[in-house]
Structure formats: C-alpha cells, structure tokens
Design a protein around this ligand. Structure first.
Ligand code: NAD
Length: 259
C-alpha cells in the first residue's frame, strides 16, 4: 500500500469522520475540516494521529464561500506536502415544500452540497494532474439518483454532484486519476438525527418509532448504513484494484434505489 495524503471535508462528525478514520486506519495521512467545538476537534485529531501512526491535521473553512474552499485545499496541500485524495463530503439539509422553501436556504444548500465540490475539485486537480495520480470521492446520496418530497435543494444538489463526478472523471480518464460518487442511504448521523427528531415531534411518536418509519419508507434492509461501511468503500476506491472504476456511482443504501 502506498501512503497517500487525503483531505476529507465535513470530517468533524458523521460520515466524513468515518471516512477519515478508515483512511487513517489504512495508513494514509488525513486532513480534517468542518465545524465544531475546537477542543473536541483537537481530541479527534490527536486520537486519529496516535491510534493509526499517521499525520492528521485540521483546518477550519466555511465551504459556502468559494474562496474558502480553494484556500482550504491550498493550505491543506501545504500542510501535508501535497494532496492525493479529496473526499468531498460536507453537506447540509433543509426540508420544506418548494413554495415554502426559503430562497436563502436554497442558495446555502447548493453552495455547500454542490458548488463546494466544484471549487475544491478545481483547486486539487492541478496537483493531481502534475503527479499523475489522484482520487476524488464525492459523497452524494441515494438522493443523487432518486428524489423525495420536500428536499428540492438537496436532491438538485446531489443530482448535480453525480453529473459533476462524470465530467471530472471524463476530463481525467487518460490519467491515473479517478472520480466517483458514493451514494449512501440512511446513515444515523447528526444530519439524520435532526430529521428523525422533527418527524417524532410532528407526528407525536417516539424517536424509536420515527426511526423505524424513516427506514421502513425507503430502506429495504431496515437497518442504517454505518459510517464505517462508507469508509471501507472509500478505502477501496483509493486502492490500486479500483483504478478502472471512474465516473460512476456506488450505492451503499440497503436496497433503497433497487426499488
Ligand atoms: P453531519 O451533519 O454529521 O456532518 C456534516 C459535516 O459537514 C460536519 O463536519 C459539518 O461541520 C460539515 N459542514 C456543514 N456545513 C459546512 C460548511 N458550510 N462548511 C464546512 N463544513 C460544513 O452529516 P452526515 O450525515 O455525516 O453527512 C455527510 C455527507 O453525507 C453529506 O454530504 C450528506 O449529504 C451525505 N449523506 C448523508 C446521509 C445520511 O443518511 N446521513 C445519506 C446520504 C448522503
């Protein structure tokens, strides 16, 4: 295994943290980014570094700002001496029917979930092209392939990420650079916990009942996908046997999109 240097956006919690831990466990240097309590983030960073014997850095960036996206990639590349792997994972959700969907929420979801993927990829690709090796992994969603009501911005952004993934893959197909999208189903992270709590409150149900309803509606397995399972897929995509997988979507969704 060749040791690589990876930036994972939105890696202070949930799926991004699972991916960072899995890449570190596979021996790669990792860079964390995202929001959160500085002391808790420092503990995460230190734990990853000491548990896996790799370098682990952290930088703050608000990825709704295009300049901050590009600066995050440049600064992280300077920290680690280059970037071989970019995992575009940071994402947010807002739920409302289209007529009631606030325009500023639309702009925010598109900025973080779609435009940041473009800006970070644009900033990281020149170094990958120069070294003729790279992996870009976009964490899209089952909602990059199919829709649900009340998630207009999220579904539009995730479908956009799938399209952008294909373009970036084609532009680099002759090089040892692959670009793919992982499409998870429901993963129990803070992003989904908030949706479960809102549902429980709206329907007067317990958190357990609301979780089961959420899974029952979409995910035939009836079980949450785990951040570890998404991390394992990312590790595989970064490995040499995955060199011919490019421009595609990998569903890890308990059967959601088979229906
Ligand atoms: P999460 O809320 O646990 O983590 C989101 C991460 O993004 C955090 O680190 C947060 O600090 C960061 N972030 C949010 N806004 C940001 C901003 N403006 N700038 C920089 N960082 C920002 O959510 P999660 O469920 O782990 O989601 C991670 C990704 O996986 C998202 O793109 C999400 O759409 C996708 N996804 C999640 C699920 C799921 O069921 N949880 C399913 C499919 C896809």
């Amino acid at each position: 295994m060749t040791k690589r240097r990876a930036l994972i956006t939105g890696s202070t919690s949930g799926i991004g943290l699972g991916v960072a831990q899995a890449l570190a466990a596979a021996g790669h240097d990792v860079a964390l980014s995202g929001f959160g309590d500085p002391e808790a983030i420092e503990r995460l960073r230190h734990d990853i570094e000491t548990s896996h014997g790799v370098r682990c850095t952290y930088r703050f960036a608000d990825l709704s700002d295009p300049a901050a996206c590009r600066a995050l990639v440049a600064d992280t590349a300077a920290d680690l001496g280059g970037l071989d792997i970019l995992v575009n994972n940071a994402g947010i959700q807002h739920v409302a029917p289209i007529p009631e969907f606030p325009a500023e929420k639309w702009d925010q979801v598109i900025a973080v979930n779609l435009s940041a993927v473009f800006h970070c990829s644009a900033a990281v690709l020149p170094g990958m092209i120069e070294r003729d090796w790279g992996r870009i992994i976009n964490i899209a969603s089952a909602h990059g392939l199919v829709a649900s009501v009340n998630k207009s911005a999220y579904v539009a952004a995730k479908h956009g990420v799938v399209g952008l993934t294909k373009v970036a893959a084609l532009e680099n197909a002759k090089r040892a650079i692959t670009v793919n999208a992982i499409c998870p189903g429901w993963v129990l992270t803070p992003l989904v916990q908030r949706q479960i709590e809102a549902r429980a409150e709206a329907e007067g149900k317990s958190i357990e009942e609301a979780s089961q309803d959420l899974l029952g509606e979409k995910q035939p397995s009836g079980r949450f996908v785990t951040p570890e399972q998404i991390g394992a897929m990312a590790v595989f995509l970064c490995s040499d046997p995955a060199a011919s997988i490019t421009g595609t979507t990998l569903s890890v969704d308990g059967g959601w999109t088979a229906q």
